[in-house]
Ligand binder design. Structure first.
Ligand code: G
Ligand code: G
Ligand code: MN
Ligand code: NA
Length: 253
């Protein structure tokens, strides 16, 4: 209960912040954007990761506020980077309850307008379990978001209950293969076959494929050879605070 009060306070202050993990275009080697991953700079407990506080936010009905908070910070950081001459995009994670929230598309639209960020430079990541909730309502929210012109991505692809059905039904632009398929990529032929066939599938569907969880140079090299679009993972960079991002970017080139 004490923690819940602290979480409410955190939502009103600067304690909840996105960390950013870079996404790499494998054809050009350029950083094309970042994924925002929320962190809680807790006054006494230090830096907390979402597994500690997202369930609490969910229970307390705070997910709309949390999403808007992360979107607002991410879009304003993105605007700064774009003003500094970097043509980047940002990806923000949404929860199942966010996609049940009919008001969300308008609120995202207002944030994009007020911060002056083009809708195409925002990607919203959803997981495959979204349609396990009220499918008609989720569909309405997703269609509203698509109408804004934002990109939609299926996160943790391949781990859900019915991946192919979702891929067919949802209006998405990007498929983000779950990191469990990347582990042992170079030693496990079955993992490699799954990555390559999913890559082919995403091509045939006209979707971009992101491979996450890239932890070593061998995996990165294999993905390059297979013409994978985009990679993300500790081998490229760990999630970092906003202030570290531009210095990291200029140190690379
Ligand atoms: O580093 P990592 O611990 O950042 O993230 C753990 C999980 O929390 C991931 O499944 C990620 O998608 C989720 N997550 C991270 N940031 C957010 C956020 O802003 N909103 C939601 N709903 N989930 C997030
Ligand atoms: O579910 P989602 O894909 O949004 O979660 C991203 C999570 O994966 C975050 O917790 C992030 O810190 C973590 N992550 C990012 N890159 C890597 C990686 O290369 N290896 C592992 N094990 N985790 C990663
Ligand atoms: Mn994600
Ligand atoms: Na994931």
């Amino acid at each position: 209960l004490e923690t819940l009060e602290q979480l409410r306070t955190a939502l009103d202050t600067e304690e909840l912040v996105p960390y950013y993990q870079p996404k790499l275009d494998l054809r050009t080697g350029a950083v094309i954007g970042v994924e925002a991953l929320v962190r809680w700079q807790h006054p006494t407990r230090g830096l907390l990761t979402p597994d500690v506080f997202l369930p609490l936010a969910e229970q307390a009905g705070l997910m709309r506020r949390l999403a808007l908070r992360v979107l607002e910070r991410s879009l304003s950081d993105l605007r700064g980077w774009r003003e500094a001459g970097h043509d980047l995009s940002v990806a923000v994670n949404l929860s199942v309850s966010n996609l049940q929230d009919i008001a969300l598309p308008d609120q995202v639209g207002m944030l994009l307008d007020s911060l002056g960020v083009p809708a195409q430079s925002l990607t919203l990541e959803i997981t495959e379990d979204v349609l396990m909730a009220d499918a008609a309502r989720t569909r309405q929210v997703l269609d509203g978001l698509r109408r804004l012109g934002v990109q939609l991505s299926i996160d943790d692809y391949g781990t859900g209950y019915s991946s192919l059905a979702y891929l067919r039904a949802l209006p998405v632009n990007e498929l983000k293969l779950d990191r469990s398929f990347v582990r042992n990529l170079t030693s496990d032929p079955r993992a490699a076959a799954i990555v390559r066939s999913t890559l082919q599938l995403s091509r045939d569907l006209g979707m971009t494929m992101v491979v996450e969880g890239v932890e070593d140079a061998d995996a990165l090299a294999a993905l390059c050879e297979w013409n994978c679009d985009i990679a993300q993972g500790f081998h490229v960079a760990r999630p970092m605070p906003a202030a570290d991002f531009l210095p990291w970017l200029s140190a690379r080139s």
